[in-house]
Design a protein around this ligand. Sequence first.
Ligand code: SAT
Ligand code: MN
Length: 593
Amino acid sequence: MPVRINFADDIDAAFQGKPEASSKLLEYAELLNPDSIKILSGVKSEYAELIGELMSEGKIIRLNTEAYPDSYLYRSDPSDVARTEQDTYICTRSRDEAGPTNNWMAPEEAKQKLKALLHNSMEGRRLLVLPYILGPGDSGFSKVGMVLTDSPYVAANQMIIAKVGKDAMEKLDSKFVLGIHATLSLDPKNRYIAHFPEERLIISVNTNYGGNALLSKKCHALRIASYVARQEGVIAEHMMAMELTSPDGKSYGITGAFPSSSGKTNLAMLMLPKDYAGKGWKARLVSDDISWLNLTGGRLNAINPEYGFFGVATGTNEHTNPNAMKSVMSNTIFTNVALDPERMLPWWEGLGSVPKKLLDWQGREYNGDGKAAHPNSRFTTPIAQYPELSEKYFDPVGLPINAILFGGRRKTLVPLVFEALSWEHGILIGAMLRAERTAAAAGKIGEIINDPMAMRPFCGYNMADYFDHWHNVGNRLKEKPRIYNVNWFRTNERGEFMWPGFGENMRVLNWITERADGKGVATKTPIGYLPETESFDRGSTSVEVLGQLLHVDKEGWLAELDAVEPFFESFGERFPKWLWKEFHDLRGRLEGY
Ligand code: SAT
Ligand code: MN
């Protein structure tokens, strides 16, 4: 069926001088066949209208306007609560290009399947069109995209986490990324989040949740962006980024890759311990989730592509993350948290005592069984509300990086912190990252899985090539950041955390800044440089516990290498030779230890 003529006219008028964008929109409008099309210009009233619609349909609930002005609760479909990696595809022409860590489908086959699902799917509905910018408006490293969705919930979230509207529309060049999102019937058996990196296209169907549906985030800013980054000689990473400023005004850029729901946001929003704050240290946020790293001036510099947070609510409180608490008090969409229906306040596990009356994340009366908020409950909040935003967030080149951290949840083995012996060894540390599965994606929570650079679910191409690309990037840097492995999550025999974490992680960062200055004391071990227990600022942790946290368990590491080896082997001939050498060198050092 041809698209109604008024659509074509409207689209042409809206996209003057943007032939690629208007022809793509027409092509998909014809396929989706909506009743109407609305192209968002990004003004506040459009957001208010979307929210108004969701409220009138009972899909979103207004929270207490005094405590949480302009904030809402949304409950997702119970079968649609986290990213679903089994439905996520990289559709490159060759299967090898996607590599063993990605699901793959041939582009033609995938398109045929998806277009059949999309065909006429928006009949009787309205198509929302959101052009957006990722990154500072005036940065040469920023990118543009355009999302087509039938979901006002997705559109409202997109308006918070990306810069949606006219400015973006003006930048829609031939390289923009197109994202098609159709809610369909939310049928989990027909759920696809398909990426076509060669043509910068994303199609997501039968889901309305988080990383599956907010296409500017994981789909564009990581999967497509990582693919494009390799072509452009830069990297797009699943990393937080923060700026530490010492009492004498020296700035340190720290970036860290951790799997979803492993404390990236808490680290990025770190609240300094009193002794550090008292001395005049400052900790400011650049990014909570994604960093694009460019090589300007021979160093790595991080920009944050996003304009808002999509953070985990569960566990967030005045102790774990006071800055997040300040940020979410207004203009926030909460998803799948619990509700105190008398005071209309959001609630989640970790947020103090359980209110007398409470509705769980599905709106049912909560009787104390199980969790009231979903473990992957989220807040969507404008980054501008963050009280300690670094000026580097606005900088077109970004934050110069001194240190790169890799980490994940590990109860045993992995020390609190150690430093790579070289850039190549640092890449090995990232490639060897294994961590406990969290609630951010469907799967068995707690199971230890390979998650190189915390990018396994987000790398848009073969990770063997990705490791090589990191190597090439290092070769082009005049000043390489040092690379660290950190682990805040060691537990003792009683199952209690051995390190206090949160703001106390500043003591680890302090050692890292000393190392950046060439001052911090370290001992060379087979796995890397470790701090010395005597000189390390251990805060309230005992010397004995610190000793355990900084111990190198030779047998444990040899077993770790055995556990990683088959994963590396799964890349076959494509796995870089130099990285195998690093791996075998590490084994040799451990054997002789
Ligand atoms: O992908 S989400 O944005 O839903 C959450 C995450 O995995 O970080
Ligand atoms: Mn993430």
